[in-house]
Write a protein that binds this ligand. Structure first.
Ligand SMILES: [Zn+2]
Length: 138
């Protein structure tokens, strides 16, 4: 954890409180629709599959595959300047949902990033209350 973390930080609220609480414990949890059994991301009380309010939480395995990505060379915010180049990505979780995240690797190149490659979740503690789920090659 860095004391000079100067990037925008997620603000847990209502429907996502549990998600961030579990992320702080380095666990990835998803909402799941009890009506049809589908897991989904991002966390919200009404399921996007069938609009059911009968929803719960399920722990994700942390296994995913790379769905798409971009290598960021020019920081969108000065807080990211020291991180470039870095990888923004959408990963497809083993449970089905796709989520935006970062791929953690040194000196990312297109040769190292293959669509469909196996990934696993890692957590970066950025404050006393927030840990960000990111992914690295499995
Ligand atoms: Zn459903």
């Amino acid at each position: 954890m860095t004391q000079s973390y100067n990037k925008p930080i997620p603000v847990p609220q209502g429907e996502s409180d549990y998600y961030w609480e579990k992320a702080k414990q380095h666990e990835l949890w998803l909402r799941q629709c009890n009506a049809c059994g589908k897991a989904y991301f991002y966390p919200r009380d009404i399921s996007p599959c069938c609009f059911s309010r009968d929803t719960g939480w399920v722990q994700a395995s942390g296994n995913a595959t790379l769905y798409t990505y971009g290598i960021v060379e020019r920081p969108p915010h000065r807080g990211f300047a020291e991180d470039t180049p870095y990888v923004t990505a959408i990963v497809e979780l083993e449970e089905g949902p796709r989520m935006p995240t970062n791929i953690v690797m040194a000196e990312p190149t297109p040769e190292k990033l293959q669509i469909g490659m196996a990934l696993k979740v890692v957590f970066e503690d950025i404050s006393d209350t927030i840990a960000l789920p990111k992914f690295e090659p499995a």
